[in-house]
Design a protein around this ligand. Structure first.
Ligand code: HEM
Length: 157
């Protein structure tokens, strides 16, 4: 197996673990938390799942980013970023940039603290908002994934 095949395989595996986890948090964990009655119960449940997933998601985003940029460099695909038919390349980088900013900058700096404070004050609205935001991120991620598989196999040329 050559280096490109290894990079592609690691790239897809990282995406599966990461976006699969986002799908589970969005469709199972958050709706379950919303149904719990006490604010403390919701927060403890969501936090314990999210804390474990955050580490997994951080590792997966790093692997997806490193292997993604390695493939761009190795196949010299930089000019694709000036080509509108390669919109899916922008979509992949955009999804990666959003998650990287949230996981490595916003959450450790203030997002985590803000979420817990707001969830204590107004659990209903905070969990509704978290569910909506996760839904938007999941939709964009799935569109990027569909576009990337189709695009990498010549669908838009
Ligand atoms: C820094 C961010 C990223 C970069 C630079 C990047 C780059 C690439 C490159 C160069 C390819 C191969 C394209 C080709 O063979 O023509 C690829 C494939 C792919 N990427 Fe990304 N990617 C990134 C993030 C993501 C993200 C966030 C997702 C998912 C949401 C994703 C999903 C995929 C998928 C599914 C493939 C197709 C693999 C295949 O069917 O061969 N990538 N990516």
């Amino acid at each position: 197996m050559d280096d490109l095949a290894i990079a592609r395989a690691l790239h897809v595996a990282a995406v599966v673990v990461w976006i699969g986890g986002v799908a589970m948090v969005t469709s199972i964990v958050l709706p379950l938390a919303r149904r719990m009655t006490s604010a403390d119960e919701k927060i403890v449940f969501f936090e314990s799942v999210e804390r474990r997933f955050a580490l997994q998601a951080r590792i997966a985003t790093v692997v997806a980013g490193v292997t993604g940029f390695y493939m761009v460099h190795r196949m010299d695909l930089w000019d694709r970023f000036a080509d509108p038919t390669a919109w899916w390349m922008h979509a992949m980088v955009a999804v990666w940039a959003i998650f990287t900013t949230v996981l490595f900058v916003l959450e450790p700096l203030f997002l985590h603290r803000l979420f817990v404070e707001r969830a204590r004050r107004d659990p209903e609205a905070t969990f509704r908002l978290a569910e909506r935001l996760h839904c938007v991120l999941l939709t964009v991620s799935v569109i990027a994934t569909l576009g990337a598989v189709a695009g990498a196999h010549g669908a838009f040329y």
